[in-house]
Design a protein around this ligand. Structure first.
Ligand code: NAD
Length: 484
């Protein structure tokens, strides 16, 4: 049984909770906009600067601990989160509308990520390398960066923060985490849960703030040493230019316009459910969501028929409904933005299929929609919509399908559906994306492998897996002449 509690956002600084008095905003459940979830308050610039200075002090303690000591804290964080799994999933679902079944999976991913990176505390942090001189021990060693600012979006309110915080901590950095406004209540609760692991003061900090203020204060004025950002390409590129000017390390994981390519020989019965899941789970609000479907000419009519049948079973429900496949979109802003694209689609494209609503609640519900009849230059084919809207386009043949897939300024993920091994392998070679998949949806990449994009989707670093350790550390080369 889950109790619904009203929450308030707070900062966590130097091992203490700090009440916020600044501007405020009431948070309502996007599945039912008459239900209050909590109240948001924001930090002042002074509070942010104070947090960063305490993170610098926290870093001085933390960097001296061994990897194995740090690991023990991460294991405790994992255990605490696991215990609170249902509560956190429910709160996040109420705050940003992700279906509860997906949210439970996301919290589990967070627990797994914490344990995966905890285990890194006992693994090699360098290599010994032969020296040309005799009696010289030469080796490399990963060392931390310092205070890392972690700026996260709302669409994975638990997994994305953890896939940044866990590797940052295990590498010996302290963290100042700034979550998105639409997931700040979940962030506050997560921090309360992580507090139970008793990390040293100043090691893990939370600041609640509006985006612009973070740009001015946290990024321009505070004494930070690195930034890890996930969010839109527009914000990410601004952050990258500030970090480049300060010459601090940064990574930006940004938007996508991911394509699924369906070839003539694809098994439609197995393919269609994966296409729908890629396009519409989380109401299409995943950076890796399938937002372009490229279908080879011969199979096009059959594909449309099968898709229409499958779409007629797709219903949008309250996110807390145990069998909700699709919930509402996250916020009023999201609702208005996506609705504009749907209006454009109704005017300039052909609607192929639509899902339907199955709820009496008043919320930010948008039934999923598939459209076609627009060219590769059209806004619907080019721009990231970040909602339950996907566009189908026909390709003459395999070569044109690859060309269309690569005709995007983004390069996050792409999939191909085929039984032809040669074409699958050629697609793996040719697709200009960071994550490329065969007979699997564009979303759903596992945590133990590198995650990130090409082109305007990323600053060309990678998150998760072992790749994250490269970002959150720098390499020192050491040499000792032990006998003359
Ligand atoms: P957003 O860019 O609006 O915000 C992301 C974060 O940046 C938030 O915490 C926000 O408060 C903060 N921010 C906003 N303006 C800022 C500024 N000037 N300076 C510093 N910080 C600022 O993105 P969003 O709406 O929260 O998330 C949706 C976007 O995130 C989509 O484009 C999606 O594709 C992308 N995304 C990418 C990945 C990935 O790994 N590539 C994963 C999830 C989401």
């Amino acid at each position: 049984m889950i109790t619904k509690v009203n929450l308030t956002t707070k900062n966590y600084t130097d091992g203490e909770w700090q009440e916020l008095q600044g501007t405020s905003k009431t948070v309502y459940n996007p599945s039912n906009i008459n239900e209050k979830v909590g109240d948001m308050y924001f930090s002042t610039p002074e509070q942010i600067l104070y947090t960063v200075s305490s993170a610098q002090m926290g870093f001085n303690t933390w960097r001296k601990q061994t990897g194995i000591e740090r690991a023990n804290y991460l294991y405790k964080m994992a255990d605490e989160l696991e215990r609170a799994k249902e509560e956190v999933a429910t709160l996040a679902s109420r705050e940003m509308g992700k279906p509860i079944s997906e949210m439970l999976g996301e919290v589990t991913r967070g627990v797994n990520l914490l344990r995966y990176y905890a285990a890194e505390g006992a693994r090699a942090d360098g290599q010994s390398v032969p020296a040309s001189d005799q009696h010289v021990l030469q080796y490399t060693k990963r060392v931390p960066l310092g205070v890392v600012a972690v700026i996260t979006p709302w669409n994975f309110p638990v997994a994305i923060p953890i896939w940044k915080i866990a590797p940052a901590l295990i590498c010996g950095n302290s963290v100042v985490w700034k979550p998105a406004e639409n997931s700040a209540l979940t962030a506050t609760r997560l921090m309360e849960i992580f507090e139970k692991a008793n990390l040293p003061k100043g090691v893990l900090n939370l600041v609640i703030a509006k985006g612009r203020m973070i740009g001015d204060t946290l990024l321009e004025k505070a004494d930070i040493d690195a930034v890890s950002f996930t969010g839109s390409t527009q914000t990410g590129t601004q952050i990258a230019s500030i970090c480049a000017k300060r010459n601090i390390k940064f990574q930006t994981e940004m938007g996508g316009k991911n394509a699924a390519v369906i070839l003539n020989d694809a098994d439609l019965e197995k393919t269609i459910p994966m296409i729908l899941s890629g396009a519409f789970r989380s109401a299409g609000q995943k950076c890796t969501a399938t937002s372009r479907i490229i279908v080879e000419k011969e199979i096009f009519p059959n594909f449309i028929n099968s898709l229409q049948k499958a779409m007629s079973t797709l219903v949008v429900k309250d996110a807390l409904d145990a069998d909700a496949y699709l919930g509402p979109v996250a916020s009023k802003d999201q609702y208005e933005n996506i609705s504009q694209y749907i209006e454009l689609a109704r005017k300039e494209a052909t609607v192929i299929a639509e899902g339907r609503l199955d709820t009496i609640s008043e919320g930010y519900y948008i039934p999923p929609i598939v459209v076609s009849g627009v060219g590769a230059q059209h806004k619907l084919f080019k721009e990231e919509i970040f909602g339950p809207v996907t566009v189908i386009i026909q390709a003459e043949n395999f070569d044109e399908a690859i060309r269309l897939c690569n005709q995007s300024e983004y390069g996050l993920s792409a999939s191909i559906f085929t039984n032809n091994m040669e074409k699958a392998l050629l697609f793996l070679e040719e697709a200009e994306v960071g994550m490329v998949r065969v007979n699997q949806e564009t979303a759903g990449v596992e945590y133990q492998v590198p995650f990130g994009g090409m082109k305007w989707s990323s600053s060309h670093t990678r998150e998760q897996g072992q790749a994250a350790l490269d970002f959150y550390s720098q390499v020192k080369t050491c040499a000792i002449k032990y006998s003359f």
